[in-house]
Design a protein around this ligand. Structure first.
Ligand SMILES: C[S@@+](CC[C@H](N)C(=O)[O-])C[C@H]1O[C@@H](n2cnc3c(N)ncnc32)[C@H](O)[C@@H]1O
Length: 505
C-alpha cells in the first residue's frame, strides 16, 4: 500500500470545532458524566447495561440527550439532538458521518466518548462497538476506548520527550495521550478509516498529529523517534485478516515478533518503546527464549513482562466475543474449529500477553523477561524508565566491577522483609524470608539470613559494599571473605538493584 501523507481534512475534522464547543457547553466530559450519572449508572455503563444509564440520563437535559445518543446509541428526535449538539447542524453532522437517520429519528453513526488523561477533558471518536447494542464488527472496524488500549495508556512512560511514534494509531487514543508528554506525534495505520477518525479526534482535542497511511514501518522508513508506543493487531491465530484492529495476517505471534524485532531500528539513541504484545507457549520451548529470539543481538535493553497466560480455548472464545460473535452460532463454531486446529498444529499450549519495553543502548542486547501475573495496580510506565536506569547502572558496574564494590547502597523505603514461620517439631520453624517491594510490580525475592543481615547494614552514608561483605564474612566464618562468598553476595545485590529493592547511592 502506498504511503500517503494526509493533507485535505475531512468533513468530520471540519466539524470538530463546533462539536467541541457543544461538548464543552453541555459538560460532556469524564468528570461531569461521573458526577451527573452517579456511581451505579456509571458502573452499569461499564457492564454494558443500558437501562440504568437511560433512567439516570432522563433527568440530565442536554447532557442526558448526549449520553443516550453517543453512549447508548439510542435513536432520538431531531430537535432534541439539534439542541444538545448546537452549534452543530444535524445535516452537517450526517454529511460528516457522525449521525445517521433512522426513520424520523437520528442515531449516532460513531462512538464519541470523553476521557480523562490528566490533561483536561479529551474526547475520542471511533466506530460504534457492540457494548450497548448487539452488532457484528466490520472488517475495517476502528477500535475505541478498549481495555487493551487503556492498559497500554496506563503502562506508557510519560516523562517529557521529543518525538513519539504511535504505530497502528487507530482512533488516535495513544496519540492523544502522547500529547500530554511529547513535542511531536506521528500516527500510522494501514486502515484509512482509522486515520479519518484519528484526524477528527486530533481536531476535536485541538491537537496536531502527523498521520501517515501504510503498513507497519513503511510510512516512517528511515526515520527515528524518541519514544514509540504500539498496541499492534497482536491477536494470535491462523494467518488471516478478519478485522484489521486485531489481525495482522501473520501466523501465530508473527505481528508481535515483527514489531518487537523492527522497533529498535526506529529509536533514537536512548529512546524508549512501550508496547503490548503476545507470544505463544509451545511444547518444548520456554516463552522467554521465544521472545528473546526476536531481538537483535546488539543495541537493545529489553524488559518483557508477562501479565497473563490464556489456554487456547479461553483465548479463542474471548476474541470471538470481542468481535461481537456468539460462540454458539454456527459460523462462530466454524471459526473456533479452524482457530483451535491451527493452535494444535503449532503445538500451542497457551497464549502469553503483556508489555514489552525497549530502550536503545550502545552495547550488546540485554533482556529480562519475567512473569508478573499477580495482581498490582501501580502503572508500569515510570517503573520501566527506572528499570532502564537501574539496568544502565548495572551495565556500567559490570564493566568496572570495582565500582560496585566501592558503592554504598540503601534499602528502598517501600522494601519490607517478611519472615514466614511454619509449625515444626519444636514449635514454629522459620521456613522462608522474603523481601517485598510494596509498590510498583510488587517484586518478591526469597533471601537467606546473610542477605537480610547485609541489607540491615546498608546506609547511604554507611560502609561501602566491600566492607559490608568483609564484616558479614567475619561474623559468619570468623575469617576474611572468600572470592566465592563475595561473588555470591554481588549476585544477590545485582538482582535486588535490578528490581529496585535496594539502590546505589
Ligand atoms: C489493537 S488496534 C490499536 C488501536 C489504538 N492504537 C489503541 O491503542 O487502541 C491495532 C491498530 O493497528 C492497525 N493495523 C493493523 N494492521 C496494521 C499494519 N499492517 N500496519 C499498521 N497498522 C496496522 C489497525 O488498523 C488498528 O488501528
Amino acid at each position: 500500500m502506498p504511503t500517503n501523507q494526509r493533507t485535505a481534512s475531512s468533513l468530520l475534522a471540519d466539524l470538530a470545532p463546533d462539536l467541541r464547543a457543544a461538548l464543552i457547553r453541555v459538560g460532556y466530559d469524564a468528570d461531569t458524566l461521573l458526577e451527573a450519572l452517579g456511581d451505579p449508572a456509571h458502573s452499569a455503563l461499564g457492564r454494558s447495561e443500558p437501562v440504568p444509564v437511560r433512567r439516570a440520563a432522563a433527568d440530565l437535559g442536554e447532557l442526558g440527550t448526549l449520553v443516550r445518543l453517543l453512549l447508548l446509541g439510542d435513536p432520538l428526535p431531531e430537535p432534541d439532538v439539534a439542541a444538545a449538539l448546537a452549534p452543530v447542524d444535524p445535516e452537517r453532522a450526517i454529511a460528516a458521518g457522525l449521525l445517521h437517520r433512522d426513520g424520523e429519528l437520528l442515531r449516532a453513526a460513531l462512538d464519541l466518548r470523553p476521557l480523562d488523561l490528566g490533561h483536561g477533558a479529551r474526547w475520542v471518536l471511533s466506530d460504534l462497538d457492540d457494548s450497548m447494542r448487539r452488532r457484528a464488527l466490520d472488517a475495517d472496524h476502528v477500535l475505541g476506548v478498549g481495555q487493551a488500549s487503556l492498559s497500554l495508556l496506563r503502562a506508557t512512560p510519560t516523562r517529557h520527550t521529543g518525538s513519539v511514534l504511535d504505530l497502528g494509531t487507530g482512533c488516535g487514543i495513544q496519540a492523544v495521550h502522547a500529547a500530554g508528554y511529547a513535542d511531536t506525534i506521528t500516527g500510522t495505520d494501514v486502515n484509512a478509516r482509522a486515520l479519518w477518525l484519528a484526524e477528527a479526534t486530533a481536531a476535536l482535542n485541538e491537537l496536531e498529529f502527523e498521520l501517515l497511511e501504510g503498513s507497519w514501518f513503511e510510512p516512517v522508513a528511515g526515520r527515528r523517534f524518541d519514544q514509540i508506543v504500539a498496541n499492534p493487531p497482536f491477536v494470535v491465530g491462523p494467518a488471516r485478516v478478519e478485522h484489521t484492529y486485531r489481525d495482522s495476517g501473520l501466523a501465530l505471534d508473527g505481528a508481535s515478533e515483527l514489531v518487537v524485532s523492527r522497533i529498535p531500528e526506529l529509536l533514537n539513541p536512548g529512546g524508549t518503546a512501550a508496547m503490548l504484545a503476545s507470544w505463544v507457549h509451545v511444547v518444548g520451548e520456554d516463552w522467554r527464549a521465544r521472545v528473546s529470539s526476536w531481538l537483535p543481538d546488539h543495541g537493545v535493553d529489553a524488559w518483557i513482562v508477562q501479565r497473563d497466560v490464556a489456554d487456547p480455548a479461553l483465548y479463542v472464545g474471548t476474541w470471538l466475543r470481542d468481535a461481537g460473535l456468539d460462540p454458539r452460532e454456527d459460523d462462530a463454531q466454524a471459526k473456533a474449529q479452524r482457530w483451535l486446529e491451527a493452535f494444535e498444529a503449532a503445538e500451542v499450549t497457551g497464549i502469553g500477553f503483556g508489555f514489552v519495553y525497549l530502550r536503545a543502548i550502545d552495547g550488546p542486547t540485554e533482556l529480562l523477561a519475567e512473569d508478573l501475573t499477580h495482581g498490582f495496580d501501580d502503572p508500569l510506565g515510570e517503573e520501566a524508565l527506572r528499570y532502564f536506569e537501574r539496568s544502565a547502572w548495572l551495565r556500567a558496574a559490570a564493566a568496572d566491577p570495582s565500582s560496585i564494590r566501592s558503592a554504598r547502597f540503601e534499602v528502598d523505603p517501600a522494601t519490607a522483609l517478611e519472615r514466614v514461620y511454619l509449625p515444626g517439631h519444636e514449635g514454629w520453624d522459620q521456613r522462608v524470608a522474603r523481601l517485598h517491594r510494596g509498590d510498583g510490580p510488587r517484586w518478591q525475592h526469597e533471601v537467606d539470613d546473610t542477605t537480610a543481615a547485609l541489607l540491615a547494614g546498608m546506609r547511604p552514608d554507611g560502609l561501602p559494599l566491600s566492607e559490608l561483605v568483609e564484616l558479614l564474612a567475619y561474623s559468619e566464618t570468623g575469617d576474611a571473605a572468600t572470592p566465592e562468598f563475595e561473588s555470591a553476595v554481588l549476585g544477590v545485590v545485582v538482582g535486588l538493584v535490578r528490581h529496585g529493592l535496594i539502590h546505589p547511592r
